[in-house]
Write a protein that binds this ligand. Structure first.
Ligand SMILES: [Zn+2]
Length: 164
């Protein structure tokens, strides 16, 4: 009889899952299967834990974003519900970073200007298209926001007010 490589492991969440332990030395597989079961939850529960933690973090960010919006009198983000939740967090993260980075008086003036311009960019799509790249620096973000309105967003706003 060959030494088994697959073990039915009962995890600490109470769920059973079959794991391939062929990479573990044959003499250590039994101990490893006990250790895994005792110390970990099954892969589905693991994913759910990660998902729940992320959901909680996202919810907290939405609460923070709401407080930031009222403090700076930012308009509500416009878009589909999914876009709104995401873009509201993105806009908050970006603007809070810019506000937090103001060390000198001229930085503070810049931050105030950026917030003002941002008020004219309520579209979720703009924030998601432009500001989700993690490699963007604060200066990049300031440039993106302050140059957004003269182009697309500005033209769209004018069109909304005066379609003819
Ligand atoms: Zn489980």
């Amino acid at each position: 009889m060959a030494i088994p490589t697959k073990y039915d492991i009962e995890f600490s969440c109470g769920h059973k899952e079959t794991k391939d332990l062929s990479k573990t030395a044959p003499g250590k597989r039994k101990a490893r299967s006990f250790g895994l079961g005792k110390n970990f939850v099954c892969s589905r529960c693991f994913k759910k834990q990660g998902h729940d933690a992320l959901e909680k973090q996202n919810q907290q960010q939405l609460v923070d974003a709401g407080a930031f919006e009222s403090e700076y009198q930012l308009p509500a983000i416009q878009g589909t519900q999914k876009q709104i939740n995401w873009a509201t967090r993105v806009r908050y993260e970006v603007l809070a970073e810019i506000v937090d980075s103001d060390e000198s008086e001229s930085d503070q003036r810049t931050a105030v200007h950026v917030i003002d311009v941002a008020k004219a960019i309520p579209k979720a799509g703009w924030w998601l298209d432009n500001c989700t790249d993690k490699s963007l620096t604060v200066d990049d973000l300031i440039e993106l926001i302050t140059t957004a309105v003269e182009d697309d967003a500005g033209r769209d706003e004018v069109q909304l007010e005066n379609p003819f």
